[in-house]
Design a binder for this molecule. Structure first.
Ligand SMILES: Cc1cc2nc3c(=O)[nH]c(=O)nc-3n(C[C@H](O)[C@H](O)[C@H](O)COP(=O)(O)OP(=O)(O)OC[C@H]3O[C@@H](n4cnc5c(N)ncnc54)[C@H](O)[C@@H]3O)c2cc1C
Ligand code: SF4
Length: 527
């Protein structure tokens, strides 16, 4: 690998966006370089150890960022080949059709996207097939039309979760099998002997020791590297991008690797570092022609940061909950409104099952107000939920760079009422169906003790749109201000809806990939 080498395409970052794009472009024969600051996530027993993963945060980046008041925090972020999908819960849901239009929330307006659900639909189907999404259409009343059925059957519920499913139905609700990207082949609730996924208890938030999770490394980067025209450099931190004198073309990608500075160039440069790091890279790349940061004549780069209003809860069932793989149920009955409120509340889904180690890690926070639940009882009776509601894009919620070059994240919470009501709805339902009247925060999953550090669903910092005055990217995710710069991670989001973001990032990467193939005068025989 010679520094200074020229490529057709450089992709910076190998997560949901960059990894999926690399997979799509690989068969074109074009010379493609992937630059990834992390390495491969080590495969070791600790991958499935709750203490190592949640209490000691072994796989999280050892990085310090700052809030708007200068207080330091450690973000919940992971730098590996495959990006944050290495630890994701693999819940892969489409935005609802309505999410692409303007939606009135209690806290304000969630703005319309420049494209419609119908523009994304074919790519949603392709990414569901690519990422082995297991699901079932026609049960969740909020879902949009789909061009094809799921290719894989829904992941079966274990008995206690099936009971929960039936109980919710009895309450008149519409629980549905959560669409999941895992390489599972099961019979009667057990993984068959050829199945990569073994339905273990350590999935959501953990790396998968046996490569059974449909993450961006396993599904996209590794197969892309099977093409001789694709190269990957790990440990390659992109410091900044340089342009030609007119400022219209990115001419150099400046990389620090093994302590040395290297330079690469390409006809097309795609940034996909995750919403916070992509904005930071563009801001760091300010030059005479782009004084406010690259691609930032609109001054939107770094702004409109979103991350969901979300909570991880432990409920305590009166019956034991021996479930191993718990993340199999979702509920969207309150997605748009509830019987007693006209605004959106959000989505409820299961979370990976908490165990003794995690609960012990949480215990100091809980003991104050709930001493009667012994940890052993909790571990046997806990049922875990993930609640997510929409936060609204606000120009004041932003990523910036301090004089030392460190990332600063400024956040003002928005639209919280819907989330509080969603929590109350869950609590009321659980109380009706045989759980104790308690929901306890699972702060280790969420970094709730430092709310600003909960960056798992980061999005929106390099938004796309038709108007260069109010967006940084055009509808193909090309920078309005430059001819060869694209961004394909969650940065392009205009709003975040109330579903997990990855499937929309993947679908968009395939969509942008089609545009790039056309621009390169090339094809992909998978199209
Ligand atoms: C615990 C957890 C659970 C989650 N569960 C779900 C879920 O169930 N469903 C869902 O849809 N989403 C889930 N998510 C969110 C999901 O992982 C992210 O939305 C998704 O990975 C974002 O994709 P991305 O391409 O925007 O960025 P990432 O996947 O973060 O990829 C960015 C990549 O860029 C690299 N990079 C960053 N800066 C540089 C640089 N300067 N130079 C070179 N490389 C760089 C990073 O190392 C990384 O590999 C979860 C996240 C976490 C942390
Ligand atoms: S449940 Fe399956 S995909 Fe998830 S970590 Fe376990 S083996 Fe891997």
């Amino acid at each position: 690998m010679a520094t200074g080498k020229h490529y057709d395409v450089i992709i910076i970052g190998t997560g949901a966006g960059g990894g999926t794009l690399a997979y799509h472009l690989a068969p074109s024969g074009k010379r493609i370089l992937l630059l990834e600051r992390g390495g491969y996530l080590p495969r070791e027993k600790d991958n499935w150890d709750s203490r190592a993963v949640f209490v000691e945060s072994k796989y999280r980046a050892k990085e310090t960022w700052y809030d708007k008041d200068g207080a330091a925090f450690h973000p919940g972020i992971h730098y590996y080949v495959g990006g944050n999908t290495k630890v994701y819960g693999a819940a892969l849901l489409r935005f609802r059709k309505e999410d692409f239009g303007e939606v009135l929330h209690h806290g304000g307006i969630s703005p319309a996207w420049p494209l419609r659900y119908e523009d994304f639909e074919p790519y949603y189907t392709k990414s569901e097939h690519l990422y082995h999404v297991h699901g079932q259409r026609g049960i969740d009343p909020t879902e949009g039309e789909a061009g094809a059925p799921y290719r894989y059957p829904p992941v079966s519920h274990e008995p206690r979760i099936q009971e929960l499913f039936d109980d919710f139905r009895r309450l008149g609700r519409h629980p549905f099998p959560l669409p999941l990207g895992i390489l599972l082949d099961e019979e009667e609730g057990k993984a068959v002997h050829t199945s990569a996924c073994v339905r273990c208890p350590a999935c959501d938030g953990f790396p998968c020791l046996v490569n059974g999770k449909a993450d961006a490394q396993v599904i996209c980067v590794d197969p892309a590297l099977g093409h001789s025209n694709v190269e990957l450099l790990t440990g390659a931190y992109v410091e900044r991008l340089e342009t030609n004198p007119s400022g219209r073309v990115v001419t150099k990608v400046i990389v620090t690797r093994n302590g040395a500075v290297e330079e690469y160039s390409a006809d097309i440069v795609v940034v996909s570092c995750g919403a916070i790091n992509s904005a930071a890279l563009l801001l760091r790349s300010a030059n005479e022609k782009h004084p406010g940061g690259l691609a930032n004549s609109s001054d939107v780069v770094g702004r409109y940061y979103m991350r969901h209003n979300c909570s991880a809860f432990v409920a305590v069932s009166k019956d034991p909950n021996p479930t191993v793989f718990q993340k199999t149920l979702g509920l969207n009955d309150f997605y748009f409104r509830s019987e007693d409120w006209e605004y959106p509340l959000g989505e409820i889904q299961m979370l990976g099952k908490s165990d003794g180690e995690m609960l012990q890690g949480e215990a100091p926070g809980w003991a104050i107000w709930k001493p009667e639940f012994a940890l052993g009882y909790l571990a046997e009776h806990s049922i875990d939920f993930w609640l997510q509601s929409e936060d609204l894009p606000d120009p004041g919620n932003r990523v910036s760079i301090n004089p030392d070059g460190r990332i600063v994240l400024s956040i003002r919470e928005s639209n919280l009422e819907g989330h509080q009501r969603l929590t109350a709805k869950l609590k009321a339902m659980l109380t009706e169906i045989g759980c104790h009247d308690q929901l306890m925060h699972r702060s280790l999953y969420l970094d709730k003790n430092i709310p600003i550090g909960g960056t798992a669903h980061q999005a929106g910092t390099v938004r796309f749109g038709r108007d260069p005055k109010t967006s940084a990217l055009d509808v193909n995710c090309k920078a309005h201000d430059l001819d060869n710069l694209y961004v394909v991670d969650a940065s392009f989001f205009v709003s975040i809806a109330a579903v997990n973001p990855s499937l929309t990032i993947m679908a968009n990467a395939l969509r942008v990939g089609d545009h790039l193939l056309e621009r390169l005068g090339s094809t992909n025989d998978r199209k």
